[in-house]
Design a protein around this ligand. Sequence first.
Ligand code: C2E
Ligand code: MG
Ligand code: MG
Ligand code: MG
Length: 291
Amino acid sequence: NAETAMYRGKDAGRATFQFYAHDMNARALDHLKLEAGLRRALERNEFILHYQPQLDLASGGIIGLEALVRWQPSRQPLRYPGDFINLAEETGLIAPIGEWVLNEACRQRKTWHDAGMPSSCRVAVNLSARQFRQQDIVEVVSAALRSTGCAPAWLELEITESAIMDDPESAAAIMRQLSDMGVHLSIDDFGTGYSSLSYLKRFPIHCLKIDRSFVRDIASDNDDAEIARAVIALAHSLKVKVIAEGVETEAQRDFLREHGCDQIQGYFLSRPLPVEALERFLHTHAEGGTD
Ligand code: C2E
Ligand code: MG
Ligand code: MG
Ligand code: MG
C-alpha cells in the first residue's frame, strides 16, 4: 500500500515517518511494527520449528513430522504463524522466512537420519501460495536439499488447495518438477477450495490432507462425515494417501480408521513439539508407549 511504500522509500527518514504517521490508522502502524519485527527476527535468528507427528493407522508407525514455524522474540511469549504468516505473505518476507524453514527442516531431518531415523518418516514443510509462485522455488528446494545432505525422499511439501487452484496450469508444471526431484507433495486444507476432478488427476500428488474443519464434528455431524468419506474415496480412486488433520479425540480416530483413512495428525496423538520433546515422544512411541 502507498503508506508502506513511502515508508520503505530510500530516504524515508524519521521525520517523513512521523509526518505520515499522523494519518495512519492503528492497524497500519501495527503492520509496520510487525514487519520490522519480522525483519529483526530473521537477522537475529528468532524463528524456530516445532514438529507434529503423523501416524499411519495400519502400521501404527510415525510416517511424517510436519514442521510448523514459531517466532520466539527475546523475553516475549512465543508467537504462532496465525499472527504473522499473512503479513509475511503481503510484504514478501515469506520468501526469506520460507527459505529458512526449508533449510532448517532439511538440516534437522539429516541430523535425525544420522541418528537412525528410518527413511519412511518424512519431514513435511508448508509452502504458502506466494512461495509456491516464487520463480525460483524449485531451485530453492533443491539448494536446501543439496546444502544439508537431506535426501529428496525424506521431504514432503504441503501446498494448499487454494494456492494450487489460483493457477492450476503453472501449479501442475512446478509440482511436476518438484516431484521429478523425488520430493513428495501433499494438498493441505483439502475440501476448502474448489478443485475440479479433472485437474486433480493431473497433479503429481502423494497425499490429500482432509481439512480440520471437516474433522471436528466428524463423529456427530452427518454432512462432515459424508465429506470425509467422499475425500477418502476420492484420494483412493486417485491412488494417493489421505491424512486427516486436527484429530483430537478417540471417537474421531475410530471413525477415520473405520472409514479407511490412512493417516492421522492432531492433538489426540501429539501437539506440535520442540525438537527435544518430539524426540522423547518418538522414543516412547517406538517402545509401544501409546496405543
Ligand atoms: P496447517 O498447515 O494446516 O497446519 C495445521 C495447524 O493446525 C497447525 O497450526 C497445528 O498446530 C494445528 N493443529 C494440529 N493439530 C491440531 C488439533 O488437533 N486441533 C487443533 N485445533 N489444531 C491443530 P499452526 O502451527 O498455528 O499453523 C497454522 C498454519 O500456519 C498452518 O496450517 C500453515 O498453513 C501455516 N504455517 C505454519 N508453519 C508454516 C511455515 O513454515 N511456512 C508457511 N508458509 N506456512 C506455515
Ligand atoms: Mg500443513
Ligand atoms: Mg493443514
Ligand atoms: Mg488446515
